[in-house]
Design a protein around this ligand. Structure first.
Ligand code: ADP
Ligand code: G6P
Length: 488
């Protein structure tokens, strides 16, 4: 077995993002499931995190990051991006091509050769930084669609082993993937990693189907739930590793007296109204407009619920420079005003809408205060909010209405009420059913989901992934230990 290895993580974003306010640089926590999950893992294992610290591009950032990292068990290594790189690689290729295409929204894509060139160049820059920060003993674990070509550039510099990649978002089927003008270099780039991880069996199958269609010379073999994909250059394991949360910390914090105080004040502010809660980054994949339509239909169909149920929609600002996101924000705000205008009465607003980040204490308090959590993306790699809501419900109360298009449905269908978020009629009915589930049914469903999440938490996920990395790169050491934290 190998000696303790360091974990070097690379993702587009560092766990903190720099913002310039009144000419001064401040750091705020980055948003999104990737950061939530990986922060727990690195805190536990130690190591190094390579990534972009936000939109500033000046030299004063590194000492400030060192200062931030001093409080943690790992170091933060910035990759600074120029404005042109941010526009071409991040906003352009990553978020106006790959993000919409891989979520099945091909008409929202804006294909542009410049974006591709920036994407390649920035991936090469990440590779250079990772090489500088790691030795051949370390496990380099690259994350998400911004960095699919990094292994390509690292291999070109002579490194032979231990490069792994986890894909946090869906992988599309060949009939969608084929639209991408750079489909072959992207597949070739992914096949330079030793292990490529997906959230669901469906994503894994889609990837393998794309390889079969566009790299017909590759040899694909099914081995114990994984696929081994071999080309003349390299062999890659493609596996399924559903990401999760730090269950114990959510469950523990949910019992904290500060959280309980907040729960009481939230409930008090709602008077005798029931609470449907939704928490998302403001993103068109999250189905916020469809959810508002379903809620509106609920109020129209069941007049007795008027004044008796409130939807709290927390929308975390995201990718605000991209026009699609600005337009969506306006549409959501119009829709909220329309519902409140139509149905609001006597100090009761049917929808309370917050466009901001909230503290973790408040987030957990909302999870605890909710009667129903509506987690209904149009397409989502996993969705950690669904799992966090359940982890926080140690009281066994609350119902989860979950989209059949969230990766989390594979694990949570045992207890959730499953909806097609485009089917607004049935969606409204599911909200109604969720509001009237009796206590024992809530408890049975919640218990089943919590057991599942507890058994396969974020540490289990990392162990599973790291074990496959070890077996892919070191067959002798394979299978010796599932306690992969010992490898780091
Ligand atoms: P995505 O990665 O697409 O944003 P996920 O549901 O997987 O979607 O992850 C969202 C993460 O962001 C969760 O871990 C959640 O706790 C966190 N989060 C959501 N809303 C807020 C908020 N208002 N403030 C801070 N963190 C939030
Ligand atoms: C999703 C992606 C992450 C990304 C996050 C926030 O969770 O999978 O890679 O970091 O959204 O998006 P942003 O563009 O702000 O980094």
């Amino acid at each position: 077995m190998k000696s303790r290895r360091r974990l070097v993580i690379a993702s587009n974003r560092l766990p903190v993002t720099a913002q310039v306010v009144d000419g001064r640089v401040n750091f705020v926590p980055s948003s999104g499931g990737l950061v939530s999950a990986m922060t727990s893992i690195l805190r536990d294992s130690g190591g190094c995190w390579v990534g972009w610290p936000g939109f500033v591009s000046n030299n004063g950032v590194t000492p400030m990051l060192d200062f931030r990292a001093a409080a943690e068990n790992y170091s933060l290594q910035p990759v600074l991006l120029s404005e042109a790189e941010q526009n071409g690689y991040y906003k352009g290729f990553s978020n106006e091509i790959i993000w919409p295409l891989f979520h099945g929204f091909s008409t929202r894509c804006s294909f542009n050769l410049d974006y591709w060139n920036y994407y390649r160049n920035v991936n090469a820059r990440f590779a250079t930084m990772i090489n500088a920060m790691s030795s051949s003993e370390d496990l380099v674990w690259v994350h998400d669609y911004h960095l699919m070509l990094v292994a390509n550039f690292i291999r070109a510099k002579g490194r032979l082993s231990d490069l792994a990649y986890f894909h946090h978002i869906p992988f599309p089927p060949p009939d969608i993937f084929e639209i991408l003008p750079w489909r072959v270099p992207i597949l070739r780039g992914l096949l330079q990693y030793d292990v490529v991880g997906f959230q669901t069996a469906r994503d894994q199958r889609n990837f393998v189907d794309c390889v079969r269609r566009y790299l017909p010379a590759a040899n694909v073999r099914r081995v114990a739930g994984r696929y081994e994909v071999s080309t003349s250059e390299h062999s890659t394991t493609a596996g399924v590793y559903p990401i999760s949360i730090d269950y114990e910390s959510f469950a523990g914090e949910a019992m904290d007296p500060t959280v309980l105080e907040r729960v009481e004040s939230i409930k008090k502010s709602l008077a005798d109204s029931r609470l449907i809660l939704s928490v998302d980054r403001l993103d068109y994949t999250k189905g916020i407009l469809e959810r508002l339509s379903a809620f509106r239909l609920l109020l129209s169909r069941y007049p007795e619920l008027r004044g008796k149920v409130t939807l709290i929609q927390i929308a975390v600002p995201s990718r605000e420079d991209i026009p699609e996101y600005q337009e969506l924000r306006l549409k959501i705000e119009n829709c909220v005003s329309r519902i409140n205008g139509e149905y609001g009465k006597d100090g009761w607003a049917p929808v309370q809408y917050f466009y901001r980040s909230i503290s973790r204490t408040d987030l957990i308090a909302y999870y605890r205060a909710a009667d129903v959590a509506a987690v209904t993306p149009l397409r989502d790699g996993m969705n950690l909010v669904a799992k966090e809501f359940c982890a926080a419900r140690f009281d066994g109360r609350g119902a989860l209405v979950l989209s059949e298009f969230a990766g989390a449905v594979d694990e949570l269908r045992i207890g959730a009420l499953i909806v097609n978020p485009y089917d607004v009629e049935r969606f409204a009915d599911a909200l109604h059913t969720a509001l009237y589930l009796n206590e024992s049914e809530q408890a049975v469903r919640m218990h089943a989901m919590r057991l599942e999440i507890r058994a396969r938490d974020v540490y289990y996920w990392a162990d599973l992934f790291a074990t496959d990395c070890l077996s892919a790169t070191d067959p002798v050491g394979a299978g010796i230990s599932r306690a992969a934290r010992a490898y780091y």
